[in-house]
Design a protein around this ligand. Structure first.
Ligand code: ATP
Ligand code: MG
Length: 372
């Protein structure tokens, strides 16, 4: 076991020698000797003692009480006074400096040893309490941060719900009050607005539920052996039909067949969000490429487009729910797709990164492990 290391602060050489001898007989290690408060502070740094034995009257401008205050505050070390000086005023100052012990000269070996042991135990206990308090405080801060994030999230969600709800309210009011005067064509337009708003409400709720569900049930996903090549080919086919040849979707891979342990639902949410973004943020006629690179124990999926790109200063915030870059203009969206994609990647132990040049295009790269 490591011996307790003690720094002696004493300006009388004979007393200091006597102390050194006594401490060594008691089984302690003398870390060093200082004759002034200034030297004591310097030696605390260089010798790293466990405890300081401090005389009150010292050489130099600083007395033992001042030196002790600096040592206890800055180095969290226990200080025990050892002095013959016991007038009332000094005792009052000693009390206020909250020492770990006080031994009157001349001292007995036993009282010195007991005071040192009690000081060490009390110091350990105080450190433990301090550590516990720090852990409790860190937990409290994290809980407060989470509560703050949740409330911000709810405000943004309410804001996103308001737009389509306002559109529905307005269109239904017009239809209700002016139904007879309105030509059929206009009525149809209002009904279409209601349908569009309902669809966007539906998508918003689905996205929020997906995000919340995967947050609340991180283990509730079931990896199965998935034919990744077949999965990608099918998804590209479906999305190509949906975007009516306004964009060209391509798929390429370095492997003919590739199986990996994945949750198909998570993989679908992941690729669907990334590919939908690539389509949505590209001009008509643009090409969107999905590339699968299969390796023995992991694989990557790259989704590249030649679209509007992402401003570099916004890249850091992209995966935060409801965040949208300022260059999206009138392109609709709620800012949830990438948060969902990131969650899907995390749940499968993978990583996602982005590379983008404003006005030229964007590439998202997802790396996923092949096994569970
Ligand atoms: P939705 O929730 O409907 O998907 P969204 O597309 O705005 O809405 P995310 O998919 O989370 O939300 O994307 C967040 C933001 O990242 C977008 O608003 C856009 O600014 C930027 N972004 C994402 N993908 C691309 C891309 N391929 N090209 C350019 N910007 C992109
Ligand atoms: Mg999106």
């Amino acid at each position: 076991m490591e011996r307790t290391r003690i720094l002696i602060v004493e300006d009388e050489q004979i007393v200091a020698d006597d102390l050194r001898e006594t401490l060594e007989i008691l089984g302690y290690e003398v870390a060093g000797l200082a004759v002034s408060g200034e030297e004591a502070i310097a030696k605390v740094v260089t010798t790293q003692p466990h405890l300081v034995l401090m005389d009150i009257r010292l050489e130099g401008a600083m007395d033992g009480i001042e030196a002790s205050h600096i040592i206890q505050t800055n180095f969290q070390l226990p200080v025990v006074y050892l002095t013959a000086n016991a007038d009332r005023a000094t005792l009052e100052r000693v009390k206020q400096s909250q020492p770990f012990g006080y031994v009157m000269k001349p001292f007995s070996e036993r009282s010195l040893a007991t005071t040192i042991e009690i000081a060490i135990v009390r110091h350990q206990a105080e450190l433990e309490v301090h550590r516990t308090l720090q852990t409790v405080q860190a937990g409290k801060n994290a809980a407060e941060e989470l509560a703050h994030e949740k409330s911000e999230y709810l405000c943004l969600l309410a804001h996103e719900l308001r737009n389509p709800l306002t559109a529905i309210k307005f269109a239904t009011e017009v239809l209700q009050s002016h139904s007879e005067q309105l030509p059929d064509e206009k009525k149809m337009r209002y009904i279409q607005r209601i349908q569009t708003a309902t669809n966007s409400l539906n998508k918003l709720l689905e996205d929020v539920l997906t995000l919340e569900h995967s947050n609340a049930n991180p283990l509730e996903w079931s990896p199965l052996e998935v034919d990744v090549v077949g999965f990608c080919e099918e998804l590209i086919e479906v999305l190509q039909v949906n975007c009516d040849d306004h964009h060209t979707l391509t798929f390429s891979t370095n492997v003919e067949r590739y199986h990996a342990f994945l949750d198909e639902k998570l993989l679908w949410h992941l690729l669907n969000n990334l590919l939908s973004n690539a389509i949505k943020y590209s001009p008509e006629g643009g090409t969107i490429a999905l590339q699968l690179l299969g390796e023995p124990d992991r694989f990557s999926l790259c989704i590249s487009d030649q679209g509007i790109g992402i401003p570099p200063q916004t890249l850091l915030h992209l995966f935060t729910p409801f965040y949208r870059a300022e260059n999206v203009g009138q392109i609709p969206g709620t800012g949830l797709g990438l948060a969902i994609a990131k969650q899907c990647v995390n749940l499968q132990g993978g990583s996602i990164s982005v590379n983008s040049t404003l006005g030229q295009g964007t590439t998202f790269t997802v790396i996923l492990p092949r096994e569970k």
